[in-house]
Ligand binder design. Structure first.
Ligand code: AHG
Ligand code: MN
Ligand code: MN
Length: 299
């Protein structure tokens, strides 16, 4: 039974990065307890996107930062719940995260997640997803799980009742298959090409797997090893809703490392340079030929 540390050491990862993943695993365990037991209500504050924060957004963000502050290897952080990037230490690692993705689904007891991109940089402005040295997704569902990549493939771990993340599957390989997760269907109203794409999926008898949370939706693709998640923009909201730094870049690194693809419709997500922390992007992510179909039909 391999845990995250054994797995990373087996790949020859340096002890500093193994330690950073140790801190992330601790934060994920604490957030998972909070998701199960803390108040699910709103707090009456908004984040820098004007989105209403739920108590758990703030709590998860604090749990993550408290854990990272204890690790001397961490220097810079940026969070979906903070207005600016912040230097919290002298370490060489810079972490960008969405502490609780899908927090509007917490009150209805749907799955939610945490998304983290790891870099070595003094500022996130100007970085590309390709600059990540690693990335991680945690899923808080009936089980708490972690996907991670250190750019040597993708592995999946499940939290056991001794508090250890045990390797469930490594070398995840995305093939082809008819599952679709169509985000932002509202965009069909003024993006007729998207309506056409959705109709294609329906006519071709694809199976719908959409939860309303990008983390569980992408998790479905990674574990079934096929399918596509789409979140396009439309005329009044060209770049859609999802954030390049906090959501799309880390997810895209994992998807490409698993042999899948991720595009904004024109270019690889991982090639997009970050102009502002809150930058948004359309995204099509999953099986290679499905992502290609999205690009072809939406151009
Ligand atoms: P947040 O971190 O603000 O909770 O973002 C959730 C995201 C993502 O998980 C999901 O795919 C998308 O929002 C769904 O948004 P809409 O339901 O507004 O389309
Ligand atoms: Mn989010
Ligand atoms: Mn969030």
């Amino acid at each position: 039974m391999k845990n995250i540390k054994n797995y990373l050491e087996g790949l020859g990862v340096d002890k500093e990065l193994v330690g950073v993943f140790g801190s992330l695993a601790e934060a994920v365990k604490k957030i998972s307890v909070a998701v199960r037991t803390a108040n699910t209500g709103k707090v009456g504050t908004t984040n820098s996107y004007g989105e209403e924060q739920v108590a758990l957004d703030v709590l998860s963000n604090n749990l993550m930062i408290d854990e990272l502050k204890k690790n001397a290897r961490v220097g810079l952080i940026a969070s979906e719940e903070l207005p600016d990037e912040e230097k919290i230490g002298e370490g060489e690692y810079a972490l960008a995260f969405d502490p609780l993705d899908g927090s509007s689904l917490v009150d209805v007891n749907f799955s939610v997640g945490t998304i983290v991109g790891l870099y070595k940089t003094k500022s996130f402005i100007g970085v590309k997803g390709d600059d990540q040295v690693a990335s991680m997704i945690a899923v808080y569902g009936p089980r708490t799980t972690i996907f991670l990549t250190v750019k040597k493939g993708v592995a999946h771990f499940i939290l056991n009742n001794e508090g250890e993340f045990i390797l469930d599957k490594d070398n995840i390989q995305i093939g082809e298959g008819k599952y679709f997760a169509p985000g932002n269907l509202r965009a069909c109203v003024n993006n007729p090409a998207y309506l056409e794409l959705v109709n294609y999926w329906i006519k071709e008898k694809y199976t719908l797997r959409y939860s309303g949370g990008m983390v569980p939706d992408v998790n479905h693709i990674l574990l079934k090893e096929k399918g596509v998640f789409a979140y396009p923009g439309h005329k009044d909201e060209i770049d859609g809703k999802l954030r390049l730094l906090f959501e799309c870049a880390p997810m895209s690194l994992i998807m490409e490392q698993a042999g899948g693809a991720s595009s904004d419709g024109k270019m690889r997500i991982l090639e997009k340079a970050l102009e502002t922390l809150e930058q948004r992007t359309p995204i099509f992510i999953g099986s290679k030929s499905e992502v290609q179909r999205c690009c072809d039909m939406l151009k």
